[in-house]
Ligand binder design. Sequence first.
Ligand code: SF4
Length: 392
Amino acid sequence: MSFLGSENVSSEKKEIQLWIPFCDARCIFCYFPTEVCAKDRIETYLNALRKALTRYSETVYTRSCEFDEIYFGGGTPSVLTSEQIRDLLSHSLKHFNVKKEHIIKIAGYTYNFDDRKLKAVANYGIDQVDLGIQTFNDELRRRLHLRDDRRKVEHTIKTARSLGLYVSIDLMYNLPGQTSSVWRRDLEKALELDVESVDCYPLDVYPDTILAKQLYTSQLPPVGDILTELGMYQDAFNTLTTAGYKPTCHNRFSRIHEDFEKPCFEILGTGAGFFMGHLGRYSYTDVESIGEYVDSVTREKFPIAKLAIYSEEEEMRKTMMRLYIRLAVDKDKFRERFGKLPEDVFPEAINKLRGKGLIEVDDRKIILTRLGDVWRANIAWEFGPRKKKFNC
Ligand code: SF4
């Protein structure tokens, strides 16, 4: 509370995240704490969400911030009606200082993004739709319990683009029974549809998902081994970079100019299951249960479940771990902030990674090599936290 009562002094770019923890059905690989829509609960939840946003907006810290981006995440924000999206957006624009040059993005699912809703979001000034496509292959879509077919997916992408919206899509690879040629056809389809960016994710099998159970009981064909997965990543890298997209962020290949600017490192968000809060030296996650979230906000509390405060050592680790999102480590800035060079703090990790040809180090910066790009998650973990403190 004392932090929120202090003035913002950081020059990091800032984002507001509005978290919508509802979906209209469950994809079999999903591990997010989302609820299948109960329409009557949505309005109650949105009232609580607006109330929590207002509460944040009244703090000294937030009043002294200017925000660069608004992001509707979740869950599936496109389960909301156009009017609910409009009200939430105007509430945020009214209560927060949002820069004149801002970006607004909404995540969604083609199944519930009909033409009318797409037109509405374009009219509200939303710039980009992030669509979880996963695959264009109808057989795989049925296997993953994705709710619509290739035709609807293509129609939604084409409509969104024709309305002037940027379209960013997620594709997944190494799916059960997915061959390399099916994966390549997915990549080619993304190129044919001329989307602005493609996030390529390898399938992660989380315990307790329907997918894990179906794989375990052989109801689904197995997923490929690590070499298959790496081969599919290389296919994506080669296909998309040859077509003019550049790698950026976690798993993104993009041709959107803003995707290559410094990302928003301060994220003020709220919602049941929201997990990416980051303000100053604090990171936080909200409570997962929708009932608990509503209850907490109604009792005039911030609905935070976990709060971590980064020590200076953790801040240094975090700076190095940004290699994962393909950001260079600026050595001068590192020294300015921490009084030491990265090589003084992490000599072993840096020597090891440089020796393996995974990173390149010169007088000014540390960057991933082409080989390191493939292994960037492992590289980040070489600088990973050894322990974390949580104050609940
Ligand atoms: S749409 Fe996204 S959040 Fe919803 S069930 Fe599918 S993967 Fe999970």
